[in-house]
Design a protein around this ligand. Structure first.
Ligand code: ZN
Length: 473
């Protein structure tokens, strides 16, 4: 059967991805280079990510709020490492309402500075802590090379910003956010990620420590898929934000910030998709079930509609009984759209009160009695979700290499790529040279990584543990 709507993943990942995102109507290129339009099918995914995470965010006592898009330039300059980290990718407004502005305005690349200026205004003593807010918004980082969802000049995200009286509460919050991201990837997106701490070079500008979740893509590159920053008292001190503690002494709040963006959707597409198109895990799929009666089969069309009426309140369902397309065309279309379960019904099936049930992840088919449909679908939704997570976890493990020679390191990075677990002396110099020579950067020191005496893969100096390296998106 010739059925290819799209380029093949197995032949060229990048071309497949660009082609699929547009043809499956997830997103499109905007008139301004580097920006994207998120179409309804793609936006439905973001909405599901939002509602999944928002529930946990609120349960934790973090409240949603909204801060302005424009940040006075002077705010950003207050934290030196912060501004240095973002300077190359800022969009700056110099004219407003036809007038040259007395102070330039930064289009937010992230909101630490404007939020903390307001936190300072709203708090006087330790009783006003903690301050725990989150916002769902857009941010702008002027990227040179862009890629729909994965790297765009404007993207959507949530950014949580909390301030605490003690460092202990702060650390607890930093780990809570990292765990929320891990849960979102595994339970919702069926993706396996490695969590850990960033190197000094790779951490967020202005943070004491950055924690990350790194996800391995099919081409062996790593996607930084969410970060949680321990800001210590760095921003509080830069903003001269101090409160009275219980003894009337000066207290600089301990802060953290954490974000997860629409980039996660790019990862979702890449990790699970195949030569036939998207493959969505049932938990995230905008449509979980599509019912396709064979065009022209009157009895089947009637049955399909009655099944649809029965199932639509239980599953996110659609029926495709439009005339003018062949059955084969419809099957391929829904495969490309990644719908986890497809029911095919012709008169042959209608005669025996059955439907053909096809699962998208393995393309396996089975004929099921209408009376047993719900039971079968319930089980399949669970099976597909766990199969996709297991598959990605296995892929990640199979492509994580423990390496002790730099020659082998270079060889892997110039061929298959993947995660490399290797000793590193933690000098920024060595890190820079490894990056220059292999394009690989330190992704993180994984959580739970055991201490192990060794020597740096690059310079031979003593090393305490293995770090995770990869080329990154
Ligand atoms: Zn070294």
């Amino acid at each position: 059967m010739t059925k290819k709507f799209i380029k093949l993943k197995s032949e060229d990942l990048s071309e497949w991805y660009n082609d699929l995102v547009v043809k499956a109507e997830l997103a499109d290129y905007a008139p301004v280079k580097g920006c994207m339009v998120i179409r309804p099918y793609g936006y439905a995914i973001w909405e599901r990510i939002q509602s999944f995470m928002d529930k946990f965010i609120k349960e934790k006592g973090v409240q949603n709020a909204y801060f302005p898009l424009f940040i006075p330039e002077s705010f950003l300059k207050k934290e030196k490492e912060h501004v240095a980290g973002f300077a190359p990718e800022l969009a700056i407004v110099t004219i407003g309402g036809g007038q040259e502005l007395t102070e330039k305005l930064i289009v937010r690349p992230t909101s630490e500075t404007i939020m903390y200026e307001m936190y300072k205004k709203w708090t006087q003593s330790w009783r006003d802590l903690p301050v725990m807010m989150n916002q769902w918004c857009n941010v702008v980082r002027w990227e040179q090379r862009t890629y729909l969802f994965l790297r765009t000049t404007e993207f959507l995200w949530q950014e949580g910003h909390c301030a605490h009286a003690t460092d202990q509460e702060n650390q607890e919050m930093v780990q809570w956010a990292l765990n929320l991201y891990k849960k979102t990837y595994s339970d919702l997106l069926a993706m396996y990620g490695v969590t850990g701490i960033k190197s000094e070079t790779e951490k967020f500008g202005g943070a004491s420590k950055t924690y990350t979740i790194e996800v391995l893509m099919p081409n062996g590159k790593a996607l930084q898929a969410g970060t949680s920053h321990d800001l210590g008292q760095n921003f509080a001190k830069s903003f001269d934000w101090s409160l009275q503690d219980q003894n009337g002494d000066k207290l600089y709040p301990y802060q953290n910030s954490w974000g997860l963006s629409t980039r996660s959707i790019g990862g979702l597409i890449m990790v699970h998709g195949d030569d036939n198109g998207l493959v969505f895990p049932p938990q995230i799929a905008p449509t979980q079930l599509v019912i396709v009666p064979i065009p022209g089969h009157e009895k089947a069309i009637k049955l399909a509609n009655s099944i649809f009426d029965q199932l639509k309140s239980k599953y996110r369902s659609q029926i495709d009984d439009l005339a003018g397309e062949t059955a084969g065309f419809k099957f391929n279309k829904w495969e490309m759209k990644g719908v986890p379960i497809r029911l095919e019904i012709g008169d042959k099936e209608a005669d025996i009160d059955s439907a053909v049930v096809v699962r998208r992840d393995t393309l396996e088919k089975q004929t099921v009695k209408i009376a047993d449909l719900e039971k079968t679908i319930d089980q399949l939704l669970i099976d597909i979700q766990s199969n996709l997570l297991e598959k990605h976890q296995k892929f990640t493990q199979d492509n994580t290499f423990s390496v002790d020679s730099y020659d082998e390191f270079k060889k892997i990075m110039s061929t298959t790529r993947g995660f490399i677990s290797a000793h590193w002396c933690e000098s920024a110099d060595c890190e820079a040279k490894i990056k220059e020579e292999t394009k690989a950067t330190t992704r993180c020191l994984p959580d739970g990584q055991k201490d192990e005496a060794g020597v740096c893969i690059h310079c031979g100096q003593p090393s305490k543990h293995r770090w995770l390296f990869a080329q990154s998106y």
